[in-house]
Design a protein around this ligand. Structure first.
Ligand code: F6R
Length: 256
């Protein structure tokens, strides 16, 4: 795991944007795994500003709420088109987001996995982290080997996401999410977290035991996992000074 601590969300997002820009330069038909929520907003803004070529890029989003139509303002379809896809030259046929209205959810999830495989697998997977340690919507106690499937949100996550729905009761109870096993197959994974609210989940994921109680902790087993944080999200890391030293003393060729 590489832990990158930056003074602000802007600086952290710029680092993630540089990673994607470099990937798209080296592999113009890269397959990206993408996340929604508050955390990636600055990254997406920076990617739009950079005017990269997305014409051959394929994307797979982590998750979507069950029961929300793609044009629902709180759907992740809406989020992605508004904050990224509509502003870059991506082909609509290359965009994949779980279908919240799928009639046959297990069948849909199986096809989603097949589509990821048919695309050659995910090169670079972006993750946020829930205050309970979830990645995608793999809530605590999710199988660490899980594949794309339906999950039930915890009360904590529904409370955390109430801000997008104007109240907790309006937050759907179910979601379709890539599984932890699916996420772990991505060639590179970047988890971003900002703010003091994420500090405990981040510290447990990075420095605690690998446990289904904090799904993000599985990233300790990923061969190329980077955790990109702002200072408040790093406050509970016991070895923060060491991570800063390592990053500041990297050879230039290794820097993002
Ligand atoms: C979203 C997702 C979630 C969020 C997490 C953090 O696609 O998969 O895991 O990344 O809930 O959300 P924010 O960024 O809103 O704090």
């Amino acid at each position: 795991m590489e832990i990158i601590i930056q003074p602000t969300p802007e600086a952290a997002s710029a680092i993630a944007a540089r990673m994607i820009a470099r990937l798209l330069r080296e592999k113009s038909d890269a397959v990206l795994g993408l996340a929604t929520g508050s955390t990636p907003l600055l990254l997406y803004r920076e990617l739009v500003r950079r005017k990269l070529d997305w014409s051959r890029v394929t994307t797979f989003n982590l998750d979507e709420y069950v029961g929300l139509a793609p044009d629902h303002p709180a759907s992740y379809h809406c989020f992605m088109w508004e904050n990224l896809f509509r502003q870059v030259n991506i082909a609509e046929s290359n965009v994949h987001i779980p279908d919240g209205l799928a009639g046959d959810i297990p069948g849909f999830c199986q096809r989603y996995e097949e589509q990821i495989r048919a695309a050659g697998g995910i090169d670079w997977q972006l993750l946020g982290i829930g205050t309970d340690g979830h990645i995608g919507f793999n809530e605590p106690t999710s199988s660490l080997a899980s594949r794309t499937r339906i999950k039930t949100l915890t009360q904590q996550t529904r409370a955390d996401n109430a801000r997008f729905f104007g109240g907790e009761t309006a937050v759907p109870q179910h979601v379709i999410t890539m599984g932890i096993g699916t996420i772990m197959e991505a060639r590179q994974v970047v988890l971003m977290a900002f703010g003091q609210d994420k500090a405990r989940a981040v510290a447990e994921a990075v420095e605690g035991p690998i446990t289904a109680m904090n799904p993000a902790s599985i990233l300790q087993l990923h061969p190329v996992a980077r955790i990109v944080l702002d200072e408040p999200a790093a406050t509970l890391l016991r070895k923060a000074d060491y991570y800063r030293w390592v990053y500041d003393n990297k050879p230039d060729w290794q820097k993002a």
